[in-house]
Design a protein around this ligand. Sequence first.
Ligand SMILES: C[S@@+](CC[C@H](N)C(=O)[O-])C[C@H]1O[C@@H](n2cnc3c(N)ncnc32)[C@H](O)[C@@H]1O
Ligand code: SF4
Length: 458
Amino acid sequence: MMNQNLAYAMRTVPRYTSYPTTPHFHDAIDASTYAGWLGGLGPTDTLSLYLHVPFCREICHYCGCHTKATRKEEPLRAYAKTLGQEIELVAGYLTDAGPVRHIHWGGGTPSLLPEQSLLDLAGLMRVLLRFDPDLEHAIELDPRSVTASLAHTLVDIGVNRASLGVQDFDPKVQVAIGRVQPYDVVRAATDDLRNAGLTALNFDLMYGLPEQTTAALLDTVAKTVALRPSRIALFGYAHVPWMRKHQRLIDESRLPSASERLAMADAAREALIGAGYVTVGLDHFALPGDSMARALNDGSLKRNFQGYTTDQGDQLVGLGVSSIGRLSQGYIQNISDVGHWRRAIEAGRLPVAKGLALSTDDLLRGRIIEQLMTDYRCDLAATCQMFNLSPSVLETSINTLAELAGDGLVAIENGAPDRLVVSVTEPGRPYVRLAAAAFDAYLAGGNAASNARHSVAV
Ligand SMILES: C[S@@+](CC[C@H](N)C(=O)[O-])C[C@H]1O[C@@H](n2cnc3c(N)ncnc32)[C@H](O)[C@@H]1O
Ligand code: SF4
């Protein structure tokens, strides 16, 4: 069975931060489609805004994000100016929409934006859009660019949650991944944020990095736990050098093997549970009082392009290059080249590159996949009923699941005519992406193993 689990761990599958996944977006969905979708939003449609900032001081060797390096201030200032113009353009279509419940600044490194630009952009959003009083306002920060002044500015603009990229504290690993960031830097950033009143913190950690050992990872976990962030994300390094060319800087001979990756993930998970964190989905951990742990308990946990989220906005509007939004009608992705994005906005055009209109079958499968990824369980009969579809449309998927069920990784209850429930068993949890892939109608023959574009399952 152990060998079989290793074989599963090495299969390549999407991360399912959306369904259908982004390779299926196409350019028949354009600015005029998006204008129609946005214009149709009404007062009951609450909003969630994602602002993408595609710049970093330097590129970490492992990075899978859409970003590029800049040492200068001018591109950042110019980017913020165009982002403001995009906010004005999009807000023009949102005059009847409901309040903003969630804002997420992601990247790249949004904390590189000049503080005045952050103040201007947040002020603009507040003037043009209605903010919910319980607005969750989150930002991703590189600890190396956090200062006491930035921390105060973030609090001034209403940020109430921050996520710090940590990855691993071992100096040898840090050299191998091109990101030297001593523990004291992270501790100082944490202190600055807390002293300014920003206390809801997340640390991103990674396993499966070059030179990393289970002992080094456990040391990183111990140092992290000592700083007590209310959330921790533990991502498996996705090595996809065919998509992210700079990952070729990673010496593949120094990467841990599939069995070492499994051992690392298990050991870190145990250590985090031992330190009082609860597991949330595949790769998140939260202190019991944190809103993510509460969302898990009350069934409101979601999954979107940022991974697991407590975002309760109905309609996700993406802003900035390459950002992805999701409205009831479908997905929209912005142009990914800064120059083309700017020219579209300056010409008064929504900077859409592509998207996908959701069919009822997409909505059904997307809902099943999200439930499996968040709750490890889905009542298929009830979910089909929500979309007025017969469970028979899932026959191929159920057949594909038989292999995982045979190995005890999923359980299928298929008793009474109206009872069809799939759950991922405790040992099957690390392989939940494989269970999700069985419902992916876009994977060739439903066969996850045949799809080599993605990263390994664990
Ligand atoms: C936008 S960065 C976080 C903010 C900031 N740029 C930083 O790195 O401090 C998002 C996170 O994605 C994770 N990440 C980046 N590349 C990854 C990869 N190839 N595989 C898995 N996780 C990755 C890292 O944990 C990183 O902290
Ligand atoms: S991990 Fe963060 S800091 Fe490093 S290159 Fe990626 S986005 Fe930039």
